[in-house]
Design a protein. Structure first.
Length: 306
């Protein structure tokens, strides 16, 4: 992999981060069997439910440093201090310049475990791959990121991405795949979590010529089928089977979404209406049509009262 200058930063705006662990009240690490999303969680959970274990994602750009950045990295109080490809590292100097130094495979001491007060301390420099992606069904121009840690985990993700890239004719942009977390029991008997990537149900169709993401069709496959606006923005998350008539449900979802976005719903009713948006997919067409009629009448009365 080519060395990228430390001054380079991802040009993609970050919406949030996916994590597979957390700290307990005592400050101890705890592995999770689901993704913990920091920033932009509500939008993802509206589509995939609370505590999602798997999401369908795609890269907004072709495979490169902007979306997949696997390197040895050493951080300090001031941020990233050194970054290397395993052979050569680029270390930040006091004046901000970069200086080459040996990396992990050439015996860099920062990549070695140390002993302090009789206890082994982890290396200060570790292999970390940052994957930046967009989530199918979740609107927005920003990306979510997840840190893939450890050589075996990085190799697993990297191998899949490069194989998928080859299958896609050399361009991975917009090809959907599944990002998921799997929890197992570690050698010490405690739970451990790992990040996995795999083909999504629609991956094969896209590789055979179906439209790539993002799309503007009114139906997108996520947990079931999410109803999107013509601009591709999420307006509901129904579990609707292929071929069902979505007209009334889509109209209700869009009206609810618009009313919430425009501030037409009083604060004390916002949560109830958000829950209704998420439940649209469980309604029949007749029920959705009835609720839409009642919603329009209620909004009209609200307007008159104002």
């Amino acid at each position: 992999m080519p060395i990228v200058g430390l001054s380079e930063r991802n040009r993609l705006a970050r919406t949030g981060q996916f994590k597979i662990g957390e700290r307990t009240e005592r400050g101890l690490p705890r592995a999770l069997d689901h993704f913990r999303i920091v920033g932009g969680a509500e939008a993802v959970e509206a589509v995939y439910g609370p505590k999602p274990k798997a999401v369908t994602v795609y890269l907004p750009l072709d495979l490169g440093a902007e979306v997949w950045d696997p390197y040895y990295k050493r951080y300090g109080a001031s941020g990233l201090q050194c970054k290397g490809d395993g052979i050569v590292g680029q270390e930040v100097q006091a004046d901000g310049s970069l200086k080459e130094r040996d990396c992990a495979q050439r015996g860099c001491p920062f990549s070695q475990a140390t002993v302090k007060n009789g206890k082994e301390q982890p290396p200060l420099c570790k292999p970390v791959g940052i994957l930046a992606f967009q989530v199918v069904g979740v609107p927005g121009a920003g990306v979510y990121q997840i840190a893939v840690k450890g050589l075996s985990a990085i190799a697993r993700v990297d191998s899949y991405l490069r194989a998928l890239e080859a299958a896609a004719g050399g361009s991975l942009k917009g090809v959907p795949f599944v990002l998921k977390v799997e929890q197992t029991k570690g050698k010490d008997g405690f739970p451990t979590s790992r990040i996995l990537v795999a083909d999504a149900p629609e991956t094969a169709a896209v590789l055979q010529g179906a439209p790539r993401y993002p799309r503007t069709a009114p139906i997108e496959r996520v947990r079931g089928y999410a109803v999107l606006s013509e601009r591709g923005e999420l307006i509901a998350t129904p579990e609707v089977r292929v071929g069902e008539d979505l007209k009334a449900r889509a109209a209700l979802a869009e009206r609810l979404h618009g009313a919430l976005e425009e501030g037409l719903i009083p604060a004390e009713h916002v949560q109830r209406y958000r829950e209704m948006v998420a439940a649209v997919g469980n309604m029949s067409e007749a029920e959705a049509a009835e609720k839409l009629e009642r919603l329009e009448a209620w909004l009209q009365n609200q307007g008159k009262a104002a």
